[in-house]
Ligand binder design. Structure first.
Ligand SMILES: *Cc1c(COP(=O)(O)O)cnc(C)c1O
Length: 364
């Protein structure tokens, strides 16, 4: 059987390792596993949301409201846009997939920074597109403009704050890139961690409203990170109505679940939970910065719910990650991104205590 030629170019996405794997392979008790690998909210989700999910359990046999009217209404209020500016996906990942399928054909190219969210490449390659990367892991305006002019990519991805590095691109720089791109190309502004960046420094805050006037820009957001609903798989794209209309042609019916829909609607009502999550995070991340300073390695100033530690040649990120894993502490090795670095989700105080204790022993 012959598969689509495009598949030859694709390496499967390496997801953060699950708790179950550590329990199975290393015999660690589930309660002793500390999972700091997938940028989940360590506080869990809002208790109000958990209650709504439980209350809706008996409605699981029903398909969800396919218009997603209530969720779109809540999002349109939150972001001051119209409901025809919004498309909902099973995670913003699914919206990325819609974008890729709606725009790319074999031979097109797409542009992204050197080290960024791995799914951009995978969705683009599924369509037979070529990947162009800027030289730096940070989003540098001049590098984007130069690469854009040379390759005329069909899609330009701006991940701010950026995963897996944690740095962010200012609104001013994002607008500079958008302004340099012709209306023949789409700019995707992926704000999966925007809540954290906006809370840290206003100059990084990008609202869908700020970029909606451009016909060729889409903003992506998700409930997976600050809202603590990774397991519910709800994300959204916000753009002008014509673009959303085209993306809708890619959407399968009932693409999020009845429980996910109820959870996301409730999550928007409890913004206080998000604020609390961000302030816990702001306290705890300081300890990660201090730990790095004390142990003499570098880190990237983070605008997200994780921190990226950069090691010199005396420390090997794969070795460190493997040793931690055996002790039940799951972090994300960035060796597959060709970086001698690890990405660690900021956990609860207790989880972080354990991480520091194990990492300290491992480093000696
Ligand atoms: C987590 C993440 C997403 C999307 O996650 P979903 O769970 O699919 O909503 C998108 N972009 C980046 C950069 C992410 O880190």
């Amino acid at each position: 059987m012959k598969f689509n030629e495009a598949l030859k170019e694709i390496k499967t996405y390496e997801a953060g390792k699950p708790i179950e794997l550590v329990v199975r392979e290393f015999g660690v008790e589930p309660k002793d596993v500390v999972k700091l690998a997938s940028n989940e909210n360590p506080k869990g989700c809002s208790p109000q949301v958990a209650k709504v999910i439980a209350d809706n359990a008996s409605r699981a046999y029903l398909y969800p409201d396919d218009s997603m009217f209530e969720l779109k209404e809540a999002l349109s209020k939150k972001f001051d846009v119209q409901d025809d500016n919004i498309i909902i996906g099973a995670g913003s990942d699914q919206v990325l997939e819609f974008v890729s399928r709606a725009l790319l054909t074999s031979g097109d190219s797409v542009l992204m920074s050197q080290v960024t969210f791995a799914m951009y490449e995978i969705y683009a390659k599924q369509m037979g597109a070529k990947i162009v990367r800027t030289p730096s892991y940070r989003h540098i305006v001049s590098e984007f403009i130069e690469a854009y002019n040379e390759h005329k990519p069909k899609i330009v991805y701006i991940c701010t704050p950026n995963n897996p590095t944690g740095d962010a691109t200012s609104k001013e720089d994002v607008l500079a890139i958008i302004n340099a791109v012709s209306k023949e190309s789409l700019v995707v502004v992926d704000g999966a961690y925007m809540e954290y960046a906006a809370a840290k420094d206003e100059k990084y805050r990008i609202e869908p409203k700020d970029i909606m006037d451009f016909s060729n820009v889409i903003y992506l957001g998700t409930f997976s990170k600050a809202y603590g609903l990774g397991g519910m798989r709800v994300g959204y794209g916000i753009a002008n109505a014509e673009l959303i209309y085209e993306l809708y042609k890619m959407r399968p019916p009932f693409n999020i679940t009845t429980l996910s829909l109820a959870a996301a609607i409730e999550a928007i009502k409890d913004e206080e939970f998000v604020e609390e999550s961000i302030s816990l995070h702001a306290q705890e991340i300081k300890r990660y910065e201090e730990f790095a300073q004390e142990h003499g390695f570098k880190y990237i100033d983070s605008y997200t719910n994780f921190i990226t530690y950069l090691f010199d040649e005396t420390i090997d990120s794969t070795e460190i990650s493997d040793k931690l894993l055996k002790e039940g502490v799951i972090i994300r090795n960035l060796a597959s991104y060709k970086m001698n670095a690890v990405r660690i989700t900021i956990g609860t105080q207790k989880q972080n205590d354990r991480l520091f204790e194990v990492l300290e022993r491992t480093l000696i």
